[in-house]
Structure formats: C-alpha cells, structure tokens
Write a protein that binds this ligand. Structure first.
Ligand code: SF4
Length: 64
C-alpha cells in the first residue's frame, strides 16, 4: 500500500500535479490541491510519482 501525503500549508495551488495525474489531484476553489485517490495497492502509478516529483514546493510525498 502506498499513500499520497499532502502538506496543505506548502501547496500554492500551481496545478502541476493535476497536469500530470488529473484523476488523482484536483486544485479546489480554495486554491489547495485535493487528493482524490489517497492510496494505491502496491506501487503508485508512474504519473503519480511524476506529479509528486514535479511539485514546486515539495508539498506532496509518497509513503509506503
Ligand atoms: S504541484 Fe504542489 S503546489 Fe502545485 S497544486 Fe500540486 S501539491 Fe500544490
């Protein structure tokens, strides 16, 4: 099981993660991203890992 963790205080709502994985991340009207799929059985999909790595403020992380 891999979980996506968000530090909402770091999120600036850039939408970068949503661009990589729109099924998993969605920037809300509040300007902070919402994690629509917070956990995966086994390894995370490639686009989710890319989204986490692309976040400009390191607001996202993956936890096994
Ligand atoms: S890429 Fe990072 S800063 Fe941008 S919306 Fe996603 S979590 Fe927030």
């Amino acid at each position: 099981m891999t979980r996506v963790e968000l530090d909402p205080e770091r999120c600036v709502g850039s939408g970068t993660c949503e661009m990589f994985a729109p099924d998993v991340f969605e920037v809300g009207d509040d300007g902070v991203v919402h994690v629509l799929v917070p956990a995966f059985d086994g390894a995370e999909p490639d686009e989710v890992r890319e989204a986490v790595q692309a976040c400009p403020t390191q607001a996202l992380s993956l936890v096994d």
